[in-house]
Design a protein around this ligand. Structure first.
Ligand code: HEC
Length: 150
C-alpha cells in the first residue's frame, strides 16, 4: 500500500521588496521676486532756490493735495482733515485769504519741500520734497493759490 504522496512543493518565495518609497515632495516653488526695475531717475529734486514761476497746474495740484495733504488740511483745505484734531498747532487753513496772502510762493515752496520746521513752524507739517517732485510742489502751490484766491 503506497500512498502516492504527491509532494507538492510550492516554493513560494515572496520577496517583500520594501521598495515602497514615499515619493519625495516636490521642491517648493521658487519664490524669486520679480527683479525690481531701477527707479526712474528723479528729474530734479526739489531745489532750494527754484527759479521761474512757482505756480504749476492747479488741477494736478488738487490731485496731489487730496492724496497727501487732505488727511490734515481737509479735502477742502480748511484745516479740518481727519488728523487735524490731534494736532497742535492745527493744520493751516488754506482757504484763509488773509493768512495765505501773507505767504510768498517762495515760502510755500520752502515749507512744502522742507517742512514746517524749516521755517520755524510745526514739524508735524512734514517735508514733502522726497515724495513730491519739483513740478508737483509747483502744482500744489497753484492749487493753494486757487483755494485761497491769492
Ligand atoms: C500730518 C499732518 C499734515 C499733513 C499731511 C500736511 N500738513 Fe501742512 N501743515 C500741518 C500743520 C500742523 C501745519 C501748521 C504748522 C504751524 O502752524 O506751525 C501745516 C501748515 C502748512 C502750511 C502753512 C505754512 C506756514 O508757513 O504757515 C502749508 C502751506 C501747508 N501746511 C501745506 C501742506 C501741503 C501742500 C501738504 C501736502 C503735500 C501738507 N501741508 C500736508 C500739518 C500737515
Amino acid at each position: 500500500m503506497t500512498r502516492a504522496l504527491a509532494a507538492l512543493l510550492v516554493a513560494g518565495l515572496l520577496v517583500a521588496c520594501g521598495g515602497e518609497k514615499s515619493s519625495a515632495p516636490s521642491p517648493p516653488a521658487a519664490t524669486t521676486p520679480a527683479p525690481t526695475p531701477s527707479p526712474p531717475v528723479t528729474p530734479a529734486p526739489a531745489a532750494n532756490a527754484p527759479s521761474g514761476s512757482l505756480r504749476g497746474n492747479p488741477e494736478a495740484g488738487k490731485a496731489l493735495y487730496q492724496q497727501y495733504c487732505a488727511t490734515c488740511h481737509g479735502p477742502g483745505g480748511k484745516g479740518d482733515g481727519p488728523l487735524s484734531a490731534t494736532l497742535n498747532p492745527r493744520p493751516a487753513n488754506h482757504t484763509d485769504h488773509v493768512f495765505m496772502a501773507g505767504l510768498s510762493d517762495e515760502h510755500l515752496y520752502q515749507v512744502i519741500s522742507k517742512g514746517g520746521a524749516s521755517v520755524g513752524k510745526s514739524p508735524m507739517m512734514a517735508p514733502w520734497g522726497g515724495v513730491i517732485n519739483d513740478q508737483g510742489i509747483k502744482d500744489l502751490i497753484a492749487f493753494l493759490r486757487q483755494l485761497s484766491s491769492t
